[in-house]
Design a binder for this molecule. Structure first.
Ligand code: ADP
Ligand code: ADP
Length: 226
């Protein structure tokens, strides 16, 4: 099965700018997949469309076989998203940000609390659980968004530049964490503009430039052609 299948996806913004020009992409269940490209290539636009924050102009998106146009409520259950921008209430406590997210998926608090503990511990945020999010460093805020994205235990985790602006030690521990959850069966798609990140973590890679996929291959064979 495919975790994600994107066909002929296009996006023209209100100002006429064509950010995606017929993108085709499939990601198999269980994969660790990188969407690599320079700033402005169309990575965030692609993710925005997958999670229905951005309206597409044309094409289709299926998540585990569910077309987002036909049943986004169903498709949404499969995905956890870590956006690039911090989009939580910074005055809320860390634990509440994670646990309250479970409510959107109909998960009872009694189930959400042990899950929140598990992920906050793994992401070294448990000691900060009673702090308001504004007291966290940038790297901690990024990890908080990962914990929040996992609370409904999605089969597909999508991260938009998860380690941008994060220092190298924290980056390595985030990489280890992502590898662990991928090994446990979660499909992961991340966007990055660091080839090194894709190389260290991912099995398959698509390179996007100016709204076009210019290469789609395994990381192994990409490295052989460089
Ligand atoms: P849509 O075509 O999807 O409705 P819009 O063109 O209306 O999108 O823009 C949505 C938002 O993105 C607006 O608030 C706009 O100010 C902002 N925006 C415009 N240009 C850019 C840009 N180049 N990069 C990022 N955001 C932009
Ligand atoms: P990336 O994530 O790869 O850096 P984006 O998907 O954010 O790229 O942006 C792709 C292109 O679309 C960029 O040139 C950006 O300026 C433009 N863009 C993004 N949002 C908008 C918007 N709302 N209106 C107009 N142009 C936009």
């Amino acid at each position: 099965t495919n975790a994600l299948s994107i066909k002929n996806l296009s996006k023209q913004y209100g100002n006429g700018f064509e950010a995606l020009k017929g993108v085709n992409l499939t990601v198999e269940a269980g994969d660790f997949f990188a969407l690599l490209g320079p700033n402005g290539a169309g990575k965030s636009t692609t993710i925005g469309i997958i999670c229905s924050l951005v309206n597409k102009t044309g094409g289709s998106v299926e998540i585990f076989g569910v077309d987002i146009d036909q049943d986004f409520a169903e498709a949404k259950k499969y995905i956890g998203v870590v956006p690039q921008e911090f989009n939580f209430n910074v005055f809320e406590r860390v634990i509440d940000i994670v646990v309250n997210q479970a409510g959107y998926y109909g998960i009872p608090r009694s189930e959400a609390l042990p899950r929140a503990e598990k992920y906050l511990r793994k992401l070294s945020l448990w000691d900060k659980r009673f702090n308001p999010a504004r007291e966290l460093s940038g790297g901690m805020k990024r990890r908080l968004m990962i914990a929040r994205a996992l609370i409904h235990e999605p089969q597909l985790l999508i991260l938009d530049e998860p380690t941008a602006g994060v220092d190298i030690e924290i980056r390595r521990s985030m990489w280890e964490f992502l590898q662990e959850i991928n090994q446990q069966g979660t499909t992961i798609i991340l966007t990055t503009h660091y080839l090194e990140e894709a190389e260290q973590l991912c099995r398959n890679i698509a390179i996007i430039d100016s709204g076009n996929i210019v290469k789609n291959t395994s990381v192994k064979s990409l490295l052989q052609t460089l």
